[in-house]
Design a protein around this ligand. Structure first.
Ligand code: RIB
Ligand code: CA
Length: 314
């Protein structure tokens, strides 16, 4: 068996973050070095608590979960709309008995990336929420980018328009300055924008397929995803909520499930309707070198087979 890929998961759980964490923990191809949390879907104390509960529920309480930034670098605080007040819908996951980690997410990212550079290794950083933690680490020490194999981020929206404003996707809207810092850092960047995550629609038929698998965690996973089902066929073409964040992990496991495009991506930082918009130059109109691989097409049946199989096996 090949050596597992070392990954850090930076997130704001969140129902779809939690499903993404499950997928990562269920996958022997990945070595989850740690989970750093950030304010996003819900305030930072809650994303930390939810992250701790998710790893405990997954039977992996030894995976450290760290507290992170509590507010964006600049601009207004924005919270999620679709994961309920506590971030995990109505589902009550058991508390974790693991001792609380005191190290801050920014220091944890810094420590891992600096160690990777010192040992001529690289680490993959998965970002499933606002990019504040990684941006602060990179602003403090831009040389850390050399330790990053790739940043794979659920972020942005191009042809679909936004999900929180007509132009902006939530994770970028919640900290556009952080997204801009990360996009400029020089490490390879892979974005999973709404254009691809809207194809990861957890329709009732697909959720039924998870229900039909007999795993230790499937009943609760179905409960989480069903809460998150927004029944918004007008927007998505079918009922069901998009499982945005698991697309990031699926890219690491099965890149062939995705079609991609290269683009030079910047972020709208001026107040107004363009605030938090990701602007993609897909046709080299600006003359700028592309700074991101953008996931664009998803083999949705293959994605759900992978996701459900792994969750059911945990
Ligand atoms: O826009 C989708 C993103 O925001 C996902 O990361 C999801 O967790 C939501 O809060
Ligand atoms: Ca998220």
């Amino acid at each position: 068996m090949t050596t597992p890929l070392p990954v850090l998961i930076d997130c704001d759980p969140g129902v779809d973050d939690s499903i993404a964490i499950l997928l990562a923990l269920a996958s022997p191809e990945l070595e989850v070095l740690g989970i750093t949390t950030v304010a996003g879907n819900v305030p930072a104390d809650r994303t930390l608590e939810n992250g701790r509960r998710v790893v405990a529920w997954a039977g992996r309480p030894e995976v450290p979960v760290y507290p992170g930034c509590t507010a964006p670098l600049l601009g207004p605080v924005v919270r999620g709309k679709y994961s309920g007040a506590g971030g995990l819908g109505g589902t009550l996951l058991p508390e974790s008995a693991a001792p609380a980690e005191r190290d801050h997410a920014v220091d944890v990212l810094t420590r891992h990336l600096a160690a990777a550079i010192a040992e001529s290794r690289k680490i993959t950083v998965c970002v499933l929420g606002p990019m504040t933690n990684l941006a602060v680490a990179l602003a403090r020490d831009p040389s850390l980018a050399a330790g990053i194999a790739q940043v794979v981020a659920m972020a942005g929206a191009f042809s679909t328009g936004g999900n929180r404003t007509p132009t902006a996707e939530f994770n970028v809207l919640a900290d556009p300055h952080a997204a801009e810092i990360v996009l400029r850092c020089g490490a390879p960047i892979v974005l999973a924008p709404l254009d691809v995550t809207f194809q990861a629609l957890a329709t009732p038929e697909r959720v039924q397929a998870l229900k039909a698998r007999d795993g230790r965690l499937t009943r609760t996973a179905v409960e989480l995803i069903t809460f998150y089902d927004r029944n918004d066929p007008a927007r998505y073409g079918e009922p069901g909520g998009p499982l945005h964040d698991p697309c990031v992990i699926a890219w690491l496991l099965r890149p062939k499930l995705f079609g991609t495009r290269e683009a030079y991506v910047t972020v709208g930082l001026q107040p107004g309707l363009g605030y938090g918009q990701t602007i993609g130059d897909f046709f080299k109109l600006t003359g700028e070198t592309p700074n991101a691989t953008v996931l664009w097409k998803l083999n949705a049946p293959g994605f759900f087979d992978l996701l459900w199989d792994r969750i059911a096996a945990l």
